[in-house]
Write a protein that binds this ligand. Structure first.
Ligand code: FES
Ligand code: FES
Length: 158
């Protein structure tokens, strides 16, 4: 089946099977390997991307369901000049990662939260990240990074 969508602001198309998951289309066909696969039960959140502005687990969406959609992946999160976005910089500054496997999904979820709620409290952040598993950090510095990013109003534009 033919599928086409916009990924990180650019047109992207390909041929997929009906069962092809969006995460596999992104990784295998478009070579956007920043979106990770960390489970086969839709629990870990390593695969979170934005689809038409909303966070989705790309392992739970068929590629054909994204036909015509606007997809944003971690590769599209940096600023146009290549510098880190506010949320990415906050993760770096506050040591919000160790192995980094969960980080793309964490950043995409955090960006979605801050778009909806630019100044969440710690409880809200922890609740929102319920669908993102980190096996390294204990979450403390991830929450700290998101709180720090929330202090920068420019995140709301992302
Ligand atoms: S790979 Fe999608 S939730 Fe784990
Ligand atoms: S930093 Fe290793 S799983 Fe989160």
């Amino acid at each position: 089946m033919d599928v086409s969508m916009t990924v990180n602001g650019r047109p992207a198309s390909g041929k997929v099977e009906g069962r092809t998951l969006l995460v596999h289309f992104l990784r295998d066909d478009l070579h956007l390997t920043g979106t990770h696969v960390g489970c086969d039960t839709s629990q870990c959140g390593a695969c979170v991307v934005h689809m038409d502005g909303r966070p989705v687990k790309a392992c739970s969406v068929l590629a054909v369901e994204a036909e015509g959609a606007e997809i944003l992946t971690i590769e599209g999160m940096a600023n146009p000049d290549g510098s880190l976005s506010v949320i990415q910089q906050a993760f770096q500054d506050h040591h919000g990662l160790q192995c980094g496997f969960c980080t793309p999904g964490m950043v995409m979820s955090a960006a979605a939260l801050l778009k909806d709620d630019p100044h969440p409290d710690e409880r809200t952040i922890r609740d929102y990240l319920d669908g993102n598993i980190c096996r390294c950090t204990g979450y403390h510095n991830i929450v700290k990074a998101i709180l720090a990013a929330s202090e920068n109003a420019s995140i709301a534009a992302q």
